[in-house]
Design a protein. Structure first.
Ligand code: PNS
Length: 171
């Protein structure tokens, strides 16, 4: 469309690690926006399994063939970062009603901080409605199978972190 400005959507999160629920939201975002910028929050106060560099490398590797997905890190206010990079939209996934209250608060606070940014919520496929980074880490650490729940590159990195964990389905 001639003269139309490209829409950049920021998809922020901890992504420790990125799951197929996250990638599902990125793919949905690409249907609506020209570019999705995955923005990993740098939060030294929060204990994480993967370092920021590992998370950057993992997500970049998952999207290396897709020029419409960029990956970056940010610290400070998300609203400020979004304006700085030229985004007009923040995308967040809503898995269940239980996500709503926190997401609603964040969306309204971000709008108060900067009126130029709109938050758009997207629902992942039902099969990912129970999925979270926290559960992936817990299940993998306890020897469970996370195949189909995370990109292959994440599974490889989990195995590298926990070499003695079984890799197949445990019964
Ligand atoms: O994956 P998460 O942990 O649910 O993501 C939360 C995130 C990164 C979106 C949120 O913590 C955030 O935006 N932090 C940046 C600091 C900020 O802007 N705080 C005010 C938000 S209302």
């Amino acid at each position: 469309m001639k003269g139309r400005q490209r829409t950049l959507a920021v998809y922020p999160g901890s992504f420790d690690p990125i799951t197929n629920g996250h990638t599902d939201i990125i793919e949905r975002g690409l249907k609506v926006f020209d570019e999705v910028l995955v923005a990993i929050l740098v939060n030294p106060e929060k204990q994480s399994l993967f370092t920021i560099d590992e998370r950057l490398a993992t997500i970049r590797s998952a999207y290396r063939r897709n020029k419409r997905v960029r990956v970056d890190t940010f610290s400070g206010l998300l609203a400020d970062y979004s304006v700085r990079v030229g985004a007009t939209v923040i995308v967040r996934g809503l898995r269940a009603v239980s996500d709503f209250e926190y997401e609603f608060q964040m969306a309204l606070m971000n709008r108060r901080l900067d009126k130029r940014i709109e938050t758009v919520f997207m629902m992942p496929a039902e099969r990912y409605s129970y999925l979270s980074s926290r559960l992936v880490k817990e299940v993998f650490q306890l020897g469970g199978d996370v195949g189909g729940l995370v990109p292959a590159v994440v599974e490889r990195r989990l195995r590298a972190k926990y070499p003695r964990r079984p890799t197949g389905r445990q019964r």
